[in-house]
Design a protein. Structure first.
Length: 98
């Protein structure tokens, strides 16, 4: 939805960086309510959402390790792979029930 709004307002580019921007905003909002470091909450939110959008957790992890602090690399790897696995399990479960 955020990508469509961005394109209608004249944003140029692909779907990756608008999605990263929207995920950072959501992660920062969530960090206001959870007692964890805001940068960790943002890293988890961004890596999970981009892994779901792309469907490629390793590519997501490499991209975000270059963009975020290197200390968050384990968190980024784990959350990207968990999100990708949960998405695949959810998709196969929906296909099985239809």
């Amino acid at each position: 939805m955020s990508t469509n709004i961005g394109f209608s307002l004249g944003w140029r580019g692909g779907k990756i960086f608008p999605s990263i921007f929207a995920s950072v905003a959501v992660g920062a909002a969530i960090a206001q309510f959870l007692p964890i470091m805001p940068v960790m909450c943002v890293a988890i939110t961004v890596s999970a959402s981009i892994a779901v959008i792309l469907g490629k957790p390793l590519l997501t992890a490499i991209l975000l390790i270059l963009l975020l602090p290197i200390e968050l690399a384990p968190v980024i790897l784990v959350s990207a792979y968990l999100a990708a696995c949960l998405t695949k399990v959810s998709y196969s479960f929906r296909q099985k029930n239809n």
